[in-house]
Design a protein around this ligand. Structure first.
Ligand code: ATP
Ligand code: MG
Ligand code: FE
Length: 336
Protein backbone atom coordinates (compact mmCIF):
# COMPACT_ATOMS: atom_id res chain seq x y z
CA UNK A 1 0.00 0.00 0.00
CA UNK A 2 1.41 3.37 -1.09
CA UNK A 3 0.10 6.39 0.74
CA UNK A 4 0.54 10.02 -0.24
CA UNK A 5 0.52 11.89 3.06
CA UNK A 6 -0.07 15.59 3.70
CA UNK A 7 0.70 17.59 6.86
CA UNK A 8 -0.16 21.28 7.38
CA UNK A 9 -1.22 21.59 11.03
CA UNK A 10 1.19 24.34 12.04
CA UNK A 11 4.01 26.07 10.17
CA UNK A 12 5.38 23.20 8.08
CA UNK A 13 3.85 22.32 4.73
CA UNK A 14 4.86 18.70 4.22
CA UNK A 15 4.14 15.78 1.88
CA UNK A 16 5.56 12.28 1.59
CA UNK A 17 5.02 8.94 -0.07
CA UNK A 18 5.15 6.04 2.41
CA UNK A 19 4.97 2.30 1.68
CA UNK A 20 3.20 -0.01 4.14
CA UNK A 21 3.64 2.45 6.99
CA UNK A 22 7.33 1.74 7.35
CA UNK A 23 9.27 2.96 4.32
CA UNK A 24 9.51 6.58 3.19
CA UNK A 25 10.00 7.00 -0.56
CA UNK A 26 10.08 10.77 -0.16
CA UNK A 27 9.94 13.38 2.59
CA UNK A 28 9.37 17.01 1.58
CA UNK A 29 9.11 19.68 4.28
CA UNK A 30 8.70 23.35 3.53
CA UNK A 31 9.22 25.25 6.76
CA UNK A 32 7.94 28.77 7.33
CA UNK A 33 10.24 29.41 10.29
CA UNK A 34 12.00 32.40 8.70
CA UNK A 35 8.67 34.17 8.14
CA UNK A 36 7.40 33.65 11.68
CA UNK A 37 10.75 34.49 13.33
CA UNK A 38 10.00 38.12 12.51
CA UNK A 39 7.06 37.95 14.92
CA UNK A 40 8.61 35.69 17.55
CA UNK A 41 6.13 32.88 16.96
CA UNK A 42 3.69 31.35 14.48
CA UNK A 43 1.13 33.82 13.09
CA UNK A 44 -1.90 31.68 12.11
CA UNK A 45 -3.09 33.85 9.19
CA UNK A 46 0.35 33.93 7.63
CA UNK A 47 0.72 30.19 8.13
CA UNK A 48 -2.55 29.43 6.29
CA UNK A 49 -1.69 31.69 3.38
CA UNK A 50 1.79 30.16 3.01
CA UNK A 51 0.35 26.63 3.07
CA UNK A 52 -1.88 27.55 0.14
CA UNK A 53 1.08 28.96 -1.79
CA UNK A 54 3.32 25.95 -1.07
CA UNK A 55 1.15 22.88 -0.99
CA UNK A 56 1.00 22.01 -4.69
CA UNK A 57 4.76 22.34 -5.10
CA UNK A 58 5.41 20.28 -1.99
CA UNK A 59 3.11 17.47 -3.19
CA UNK A 60 4.56 17.51 -6.72
CA UNK A 61 8.05 17.24 -5.28
CA UNK A 62 7.06 14.40 -2.94
CA UNK A 63 5.70 12.48 -5.95
CA UNK A 64 8.73 13.29 -8.11
CA UNK A 65 11.24 12.31 -5.38
CA UNK A 66 9.46 8.99 -4.89
CA UNK A 67 9.32 8.41 -8.66
CA UNK A 68 5.55 7.99 -8.41
CA UNK A 69 2.59 9.55 -10.12
CA UNK A 70 -0.84 9.89 -8.56
CA UNK A 71 -1.81 6.70 -10.42
CA UNK A 72 0.58 4.72 -8.18
CA UNK A 73 -1.03 6.02 -4.97
CA UNK A 74 -3.48 3.74 -3.11
CA UNK A 75 -4.79 6.21 -0.52
CA UNK A 76 -4.38 9.78 0.74
CA UNK A 77 -3.50 10.40 4.39
CA UNK A 78 -3.90 13.83 5.93
CA UNK A 79 -3.65 15.49 9.34
CA UNK A 80 -7.10 16.80 10.30
CA UNK A 81 -6.30 17.81 13.89
CA UNK A 82 -5.18 19.03 16.31
CA UNK A 83 -3.62 22.25 15.06
CA UNK A 84 -4.41 25.68 13.65
CA UNK A 85 -7.79 25.46 11.95
CA UNK A 86 -6.89 27.57 8.92
CA UNK A 87 -3.64 25.67 8.45
CA UNK A 88 -5.28 22.25 8.80
CA UNK A 89 -8.02 23.19 6.32
CA UNK A 90 -5.49 23.70 3.53
CA UNK A 91 -4.19 20.14 3.85
CA UNK A 92 -7.65 18.63 4.34
CA UNK A 93 -9.11 20.40 1.27
CA UNK A 94 -6.13 19.36 -0.85
CA UNK A 95 -6.35 15.75 0.33
CA UNK A 96 -10.07 15.60 -0.41
CA UNK A 97 -9.58 17.06 -3.87
CA UNK A 98 -6.92 14.51 -4.82
CA UNK A 99 -8.78 11.55 -3.30
CA UNK A 100 -11.99 12.58 -5.08
CA UNK A 101 -10.31 13.18 -8.43
CA UNK A 102 -8.43 9.86 -8.34
CA UNK A 103 -11.27 7.99 -6.64
CA UNK A 104 -9.07 6.59 -3.87
CA UNK A 105 -9.67 6.33 -0.10
CA UNK A 106 -9.17 9.31 2.20
CA UNK A 107 -7.76 8.67 5.67
CA UNK A 108 -7.69 11.47 8.26
CA UNK A 109 -4.95 11.23 10.86
CA UNK A 110 -4.43 12.62 14.36
CA UNK A 111 -1.23 14.69 14.35
CA UNK A 112 0.03 13.17 17.60
CA UNK A 113 -0.64 9.65 16.38
CA UNK A 114 1.60 10.70 13.50
CA UNK A 115 4.38 11.76 15.87
CA UNK A 116 4.19 8.36 17.60
CA UNK A 117 4.22 6.48 14.28
CA UNK A 118 7.43 8.24 13.16
CA UNK A 119 9.01 5.55 15.32
CA UNK A 120 7.75 2.78 13.02
CA UNK A 121 9.60 4.27 10.08
CA UNK A 122 12.96 4.60 11.80
CA UNK A 123 12.72 1.45 13.97
CA UNK A 124 11.59 -1.35 11.68
CA UNK A 125 11.46 -3.88 14.54
CA UNK A 126 9.24 -1.77 16.82
CA UNK A 127 5.76 -3.23 17.36
CA UNK A 128 3.15 -2.44 20.03
CA UNK A 129 2.71 -2.73 22.93
CA UNK A 130 5.14 -0.12 24.24
CA UNK A 131 5.23 3.04 26.35
CA UNK A 132 5.63 6.29 24.41
CA UNK A 133 6.40 9.78 25.65
CA UNK A 134 5.17 12.46 23.25
CA UNK A 135 6.95 15.77 23.80
CA UNK A 136 6.10 18.40 21.21
CA UNK A 137 5.26 22.08 20.88
CA UNK A 138 1.68 21.61 22.07
CA UNK A 139 1.64 18.23 23.82
CA UNK A 140 3.31 16.33 26.63
CA UNK A 141 1.58 12.95 26.76
CA UNK A 142 2.70 9.74 28.40
CA UNK A 143 0.92 7.02 26.45
CA UNK A 144 0.66 3.25 26.38
CA UNK A 145 0.50 2.18 22.74
CA UNK A 146 -1.53 -0.99 23.24
CA UNK A 147 -1.82 -1.80 19.55
CA UNK A 148 -1.64 0.02 16.23
CA UNK A 149 -4.11 2.90 16.57
CA UNK A 150 -4.96 2.00 20.16
CA UNK A 151 -3.74 4.41 22.84
CA UNK A 152 -4.18 4.67 26.58
CA UNK A 153 -3.14 8.03 28.01
CA UNK A 154 -1.43 7.72 31.40
CA UNK A 155 -0.66 11.37 31.95
CA UNK A 156 -0.27 14.74 30.32
CA UNK A 157 0.76 18.28 31.09
CA UNK A 158 -1.41 20.40 33.35
CA UNK A 159 -0.21 23.65 31.78
CA UNK A 160 2.61 24.28 29.28
CA UNK A 161 3.84 21.58 26.92
CA UNK A 162 7.54 20.71 27.06
CA UNK A 163 8.28 22.36 23.71
CA UNK A 164 6.28 25.43 24.69
CA UNK A 165 8.43 25.74 27.85
CA UNK A 166 11.58 25.55 25.73
CA UNK A 167 10.25 28.26 23.42
CA UNK A 168 9.18 30.58 26.25
CA UNK A 169 12.39 30.23 28.23
CA UNK A 170 14.45 30.75 25.08
CA UNK A 171 12.63 34.00 24.46
CA UNK A 172 13.15 35.11 28.09
CA UNK A 173 16.91 34.56 27.94
CA UNK A 174 17.19 36.29 24.58
CA UNK A 175 17.70 33.30 22.32
CA UNK A 176 14.65 34.00 20.18
CA UNK A 177 12.39 31.71 18.17
CA UNK A 178 12.34 28.76 17.66
CA UNK A 179 13.67 28.17 21.13
CA UNK A 180 14.09 24.41 21.47
CA UNK A 181 17.02 23.90 19.11
CA UNK A 182 18.75 27.05 20.43
CA UNK A 183 18.53 25.97 24.08
CA UNK A 184 19.77 22.54 23.04
CA UNK A 185 22.82 24.15 21.41
CA UNK A 186 23.84 26.71 24.07
CA UNK A 187 23.26 24.18 26.87
CA UNK A 188 26.21 22.22 25.58
CA UNK A 189 28.46 24.98 27.00
CA UNK A 190 26.52 25.40 30.24
CA UNK A 191 26.52 23.86 33.69
CA UNK A 192 23.25 21.94 34.24
CA UNK A 193 23.69 22.27 38.02
CA UNK A 194 24.41 26.00 38.11
CA UNK A 195 20.83 26.79 39.13
CA UNK A 196 18.45 24.59 41.11
CA UNK A 197 15.19 24.93 39.23
CA UNK A 198 12.10 23.11 40.52
CA UNK A 199 10.81 19.73 39.37
CA UNK A 200 7.04 20.01 39.77
CA UNK A 201 5.15 17.06 41.21
CA UNK A 202 1.40 16.79 40.96
CA UNK A 203 -0.10 15.19 44.02
CA UNK A 204 -2.45 12.39 43.14
CA UNK A 205 -1.48 12.19 39.44
CA UNK A 206 1.94 10.65 39.29
CA UNK A 207 2.01 10.70 35.47
CA UNK A 208 1.01 14.31 34.91
CA UNK A 209 3.48 17.05 34.07
CA UNK A 210 3.70 20.76 34.84
CA UNK A 211 6.18 23.19 33.33
CA UNK A 212 4.73 26.62 34.06
CA UNK A 213 6.32 26.77 37.55
CA UNK A 214 9.69 25.99 36.03
CA UNK A 215 9.21 28.75 33.48
CA UNK A 216 8.35 31.21 36.29
CA UNK A 217 11.40 30.13 38.29
CA UNK A 218 13.62 30.89 35.30
CA UNK A 219 11.94 34.29 34.84
CA UNK A 220 12.39 35.08 38.57
CA UNK A 221 16.05 34.22 38.33
CA UNK A 222 16.46 36.61 35.40
CA UNK A 223 14.53 39.42 37.12
CA UNK A 224 16.57 38.96 40.27
CA UNK A 225 19.79 39.24 38.33
CA UNK A 226 18.52 42.36 36.53
CA UNK A 227 17.59 43.96 39.87
CA UNK A 228 21.01 43.22 41.32
CA UNK A 229 22.57 44.46 38.07
CA UNK A 230 24.27 41.11 37.63
CA UNK A 231 24.71 39.48 34.25
CA UNK A 232 23.08 36.13 33.73
CA UNK A 233 24.96 33.25 32.24
CA UNK A 234 22.74 32.27 29.32
CA UNK A 235 24.34 28.85 28.87
CA UNK A 236 24.04 27.98 32.57
CA UNK A 237 20.38 29.03 32.72
CA UNK A 238 19.60 27.09 29.54
CA UNK A 239 21.42 23.97 30.72
CA UNK A 240 19.84 24.07 34.20
CA UNK A 241 16.36 24.58 32.73
CA UNK A 242 16.87 21.75 30.27
CA UNK A 243 18.15 19.52 33.05
CA UNK A 244 14.97 20.13 35.05
CA UNK A 245 12.77 19.28 32.04
CA UNK A 246 14.74 16.12 31.34
CA UNK A 247 14.44 15.06 34.99
CA UNK A 248 10.67 15.50 34.99
CA UNK A 249 10.31 13.53 31.78
CA UNK A 250 12.60 10.70 32.84
CA UNK A 251 11.02 10.25 36.29
CA UNK A 252 7.47 9.85 34.93
CA UNK A 253 8.45 7.65 32.01
CA UNK A 254 10.56 5.28 34.10
CA UNK A 255 7.78 5.05 36.66
CA UNK A 256 5.34 4.11 33.88
CA UNK A 257 7.69 1.41 32.62
CA UNK A 258 8.02 -0.04 36.13
CA UNK A 259 4.28 0.02 36.78
CA UNK A 260 3.26 -1.44 33.42
CA UNK A 261 6.15 -3.90 33.33
CA UNK A 262 6.75 -3.00 29.68
CA UNK A 263 10.21 -3.44 28.26
CA UNK A 264 9.91 -1.13 25.25
CA UNK A 265 9.98 2.65 25.37
CA UNK A 266 9.79 5.27 22.61
CA UNK A 267 9.92 9.06 22.47
CA UNK A 268 8.25 11.28 19.86
CA UNK A 269 7.64 14.92 18.94
CA UNK A 270 9.94 17.91 18.40
CA UNK A 271 11.51 17.81 21.88
CA UNK A 272 12.46 14.16 21.25
CA UNK A 273 15.17 15.54 18.94
CA UNK A 274 16.82 17.24 21.96
CA UNK A 275 20.35 15.96 22.59
CA UNK A 276 20.04 15.83 26.39
CA UNK A 277 16.62 14.14 26.24
CA UNK A 278 17.91 11.42 23.91
CA UNK A 279 21.05 10.88 26.00
CA UNK A 280 19.21 10.68 29.33
CA UNK A 281 16.65 8.17 28.07
CA UNK A 282 19.33 6.10 26.40
CA UNK A 283 21.19 5.84 29.73
CA UNK A 284 18.15 5.21 31.91
CA UNK A 285 16.77 2.56 29.57
CA UNK A 286 20.02 0.67 29.26
CA UNK A 287 20.36 0.66 33.07
CA UNK A 288 16.95 -1.02 33.26
CA UNK A 289 17.33 -3.33 30.27
CA UNK A 290 14.61 -1.53 28.36
CA UNK A 291 14.71 -1.23 24.57
CA UNK A 292 14.81 2.46 23.70
CA UNK A 293 13.36 3.72 20.40
CA UNK A 294 13.37 7.22 18.90
CA UNK A 295 12.89 8.64 15.44
CA UNK A 296 15.79 10.34 13.68
CA UNK A 297 15.71 14.09 14.48
CA UNK A 298 14.07 15.02 11.13
CA UNK A 299 11.16 12.72 11.86
CA UNK A 300 10.75 14.11 15.41
CA UNK A 301 9.62 17.57 14.28
CA UNK A 302 6.64 18.00 11.95
CA UNK A 303 6.78 16.00 8.70
CA UNK A 304 4.42 14.02 6.47
CA UNK A 305 6.26 10.67 6.64
CA UNK A 306 4.86 10.15 10.14
CA UNK A 307 1.36 10.95 8.82
CA UNK A 308 1.83 8.39 6.04
CA UNK A 309 2.75 5.76 8.61
CA UNK A 310 -0.21 6.55 10.88
CA UNK A 311 -2.55 6.65 7.86
CA UNK A 312 -1.40 3.19 6.81
CA UNK A 313 -2.26 1.63 10.19
CA UNK A 314 -5.58 3.49 10.27
CA UNK A 315 -6.23 2.28 6.72
CA UNK A 316 -5.63 -1.39 7.51
CA UNK A 317 -7.76 -0.96 10.66
CA UNK A 318 -10.59 0.11 8.35
CA UNK A 319 -10.64 3.87 8.84
CA UNK A 320 -12.06 5.74 5.81
CA UNK A 321 -13.18 9.34 5.82
CA UNK A 322 -15.84 10.89 3.63
CA UNK A 323 -15.95 14.13 1.69
CA UNK A 324 -17.33 15.75 4.83
CA UNK A 325 -13.97 15.36 6.62
CA UNK A 326 -13.31 18.62 8.43
CA UNK A 327 -10.40 20.15 10.32
CA UNK A 328 -10.79 19.64 14.08
CA UNK A 329 -8.44 22.03 15.93
CA UNK A 330 -8.82 20.30 19.32
CA UNK A 331 -9.10 16.66 18.18
CA UNK A 332 -8.32 14.24 21.04
CA UNK A 333 -5.97 11.30 20.64
CA UNK A 334 -7.96 8.12 20.08
CA UNK A 335 -11.03 9.93 18.67
CA UNK A 336 -12.14 9.16 15.12
P1 ATP B 1 2.21 19.56 18.33
O1 ATP B 1 2.90 18.45 17.65
O2 ATP B 1 2.04 19.36 19.80
O3 ATP B 1 0.94 19.96 17.65
P2 ATP B 1 4.15 21.19 17.04
O4 ATP B 1 3.75 20.40 15.85
O5 ATP B 1 4.27 22.65 16.92
O6 ATP B 1 3.15 20.85 18.24
P3 ATP B 1 6.60 19.76 16.95
O7 ATP B 1 6.84 20.12 15.55
O8 ATP B 1 6.41 18.34 17.27
O9 ATP B 1 5.49 20.63 17.65
O10 ATP B 1 7.84 20.27 17.76
C1 ATP B 1 8.17 21.61 17.82
C2 ATP B 1 8.60 21.89 19.23
O11 ATP B 1 9.79 21.13 19.52
C3 ATP B 1 8.96 23.34 19.47
O12 ATP B 1 8.42 23.73 20.71
C4 ATP B 1 10.47 23.32 19.50
O13 ATP B 1 11.04 24.32 20.32
C5 ATP B 1 10.76 21.95 20.07
N1 ATP B 1 12.09 21.47 19.67
C6 ATP B 1 12.54 21.23 18.43
N2 ATP B 1 13.83 20.84 18.46
C7 ATP B 1 14.19 20.84 19.77
C8 ATP B 1 15.40 20.55 20.48
N3 ATP B 1 16.50 20.18 19.84
N4 ATP B 1 15.38 20.67 21.82
C9 ATP B 1 14.26 21.03 22.48
N5 ATP B 1 13.11 21.33 21.88
C10 ATP B 1 13.06 21.24 20.55
MG1 MG C 1 6.68 23.65 13.44
FE1 FE D 1 3.88 18.35 15.78
Amino acid sequence: IKILAIESSCDETAAAVVVNGREALSNVISSQIDLHTLYGGVVPEIASRKHIENINYVIEKALRDSKCTLDDIDAIGVTYGPGLVGALLVGVAEAKAIAFAKNIPLVGVHHIEGHICANYVDNKDLKPPFVCLVVSGGHTHLVVVEDYGKYRILGKTRDDAAGEAFDKVARAIGLGYPGGPKIDKVSQNGNPHAYEFPRAKITGSEYDFSFSGLKSAVLNQINLATMKKETINQADIAASFQNSVVDSLVTRAMHALEETGMKKFAIAGGVASNTAVRKAFQEECSKRNIDFYRPSPVLCTDNAVMIGSAAYYEYINGTRHGWDLNAIPNLKLGER
